[in-house]
Design a binder for this molecule. Structure first.
Ligand SMILES: [Fe+2]
Ligand SMILES: [Fe+2]
Length: 286
């Protein structure tokens, strides 16, 4: 099977208008088009190329996240959650497409083409078929909201703080605000359900966390490659374009997990510290 093409400029003409309006509602209108002097303010061609490469990879990643939230909706329906949660998940799926469109804008602004190749088949949201629908949903919202989106918030917060280019910072601000809402979706659901779990379900979830942590590390670290050492001026030039060094990104990734995610899950009654310390890709039985 060949690669899948992610093409931000592929459009069904009859949907172009509604799509542009939806993207405007999602914050693009607030940001506005890239300023004419953007390239003049980023004269180093290596920085431009790094910006194109990084923001294009982000475009693919954001686009993929849309399928994750959309894939949670059938599990929410099976678990008989409220319509509000189902709507929030679909809204998040919409946000992620808007984020992909924003990343495409940044790629164009730095002189690139917002077209990429990606894996042909997406990883489906896990079924955890042996579990009741509510516990299956708990695991998936825990992974998506409390782990993946919370780490994204940590990384984006740093990139937003460092980005000295006002237009790039405005893009990061819109994405960051949405990722905070996506993380909250997980924390609010898990926070509401955790006290209702019996001891067996809590122990099963703690055992699941060992796999979830290991999977997150394996999945996310390759997205944060360690770049060769750069001098200070090069680092500043890249940060202005919203590019955090791979070394810093990895530090934030691990800090967010060990200082925010793990203690918060411990406080909800899960054995998260133990799960983090004994994380493993091999499924565990308790
Ligand atoms: Fe996103
Ligand atoms: Fe998100």
């Amino acid at each position: 099977m060949g690669a899948r093409i992610v093409d931000a400029d592929r459009a069904a003409a009859y949907l172009r208008g509604p799509f542009e309006r939806a993207m405007a509602d999602a914050g693009r209108a607030r940001i506005g088009p890239a300023p004419d002097d953007l390239l003049a303010r980023h004269p180093d061609v290596r920085v431009r190329e790094a910006a194109v490469e990084t923001w294009r990879a982000r475009m693919v990643n954001e686009h993929r996240s849309s399928a994750v939230f959309a894939g949670l909706v059938p599990q929410m329906i099976e678990a008989s959650t409220g319509f509000d949660l189902q709507h929030a998940a679909l809204r998040a799926a919409h946000d992620e497409i808007a984020h992909a469109a924003l990343c495409a804008d940044v790629v164009r602004a730095f002189g690139g083409t917002p077209v990429a190749h990606a894996e042909p088949a997406l990883t489906p949201v896990p079924r955890h078929g042996e579990l009741a629908p509510a516990e299956r949903l708990l695991r998936n919202l825990l992974f998506v909201g409390c782990l993946s989106e919370t780490v994204a918030v940590g990384l984006l917060t740093e990139e937003h703080a460092l980005a000295s280019d006002a237009w790039v910072r405005a893009v990061l601000e819109v994405i960051l605000a949405d990722e905070v809402a996506h993380a909250k979706l997980g924390w609010q659901f898990v926070g509401a359900v955790a006290p209702t779990l019996d001891d067996e379900a809590r122990a099963r979830t703690s055992a699941y966390l060992r796999v979830a942590f290991a999977y997150l590390v394996e999945k996310e670290l390759p997205l944060l490659p360690v770049s060769p050492a750069l001098d200070d001026a090069d680092v500043r030039a890249r940060e202005a374009a919203g590019l955090c060094s791979g070394h810093d990104a990895r530090r934030i990734f691990f800090d967010t997990l060990t200082r925010v995610v793990v203690p918060s899950l411990d406080a909800l009654g899960f054995e998260a510290t133990r799960a983090w310390e004994t994380r493993t890709m091999a499924p565990d039985r308790v």
